[in-house]
Design a binder for this molecule. Sequence first.
Ligand SMILES: Nc1ncnc2c1ncn2[C@@H]1O[C@H](COP(=O)(O)OP(=O)(O)O)[C@@H](O)[C@H]1O
Ligand SMILES: [Mg+2]
Length: 250
Amino acid sequence: MALVANNLLKEFESFIAIKDVSFRVKDGEFVCIIGPSGCGKTTLLRMIAGLEKITGGEILLDGRGVVKPGKDRGFVFQEYTLFPWRTAQKNVEFGLEIQGMGKNERKELAKKYIDLVGLSGFESRYPKELSGGMQQRVAIARSLVNNPEILLMDEPFGALDAQTRNLMQVELLRMWEKEHKTILFVTHSVDEAVFLADRVIVMTTAPGGIREIVEVKVDRPRIRTDTEVNRVRDRLLSLLNISYKESFGD
Ligand SMILES: Nc1ncnc2c1ncn2[C@@H]1O[C@H](COP(=O)(O)OP(=O)(O)O)[C@@H](O)[C@H]1O
Ligand SMILES: [Mg+2]
């Protein structure tokens, strides 16, 4: 699904959260958004999801204006948002249940996505019996099972330890290549953006806007220490005006 944002404006009362934001995402593209805390990343995703009213401008999905939430968009949040009283399997089945899909059919479909996220054997576990990484895998499966055309991900790996996070990035790319979804992925991590994205939207703050859109022209699978990966990372860091020391502690 292709996405077009034209001159987006978002005001909360008299506070301007987002101003003059325009960009395009091609069908099947993986785009990351980075920017300082409070620059409007979550607000932007929520507007695309139809969860937040647009004050000005427009968002088009395959040419149609966003007015409300829809099945064509899946959302994965940073916080673990599973239902604690449902097993992994039943969490993934939730959306299908709401749609009124039959028991056997939804069981089978949920199983397919549990397999896809690498959780076969964990179907009957409850969220509290799963690690953070596994809970996010369930959340991703719960989104994908509804067959969205675009996946909106708001710092989904932000709460994971570095090693789990790297693994989840590899897994997400594997799913993306298999499912051919369009992905819009918000992250705080320049490293994560360079590893994942076809293009990275760098935002500015107060009010939130776009500083630059940087293309990552590196074949996948990417090597995190590759020369071009390093070059793009440096470019993004300087755009964010964060010194290497501040970000990586060395
Ligand atoms: N419901 C709201 N009411 C008022 N201000 C809000 C609301 N939601 C977000 N904001 C403000 O809008 C700005 C952008 O917030 P947010 O989109 O959450 O930023 P980010 O996700 O980039 O950290 C912040 O200044 C925040 O305080
Ligand atoms: Mg946010």
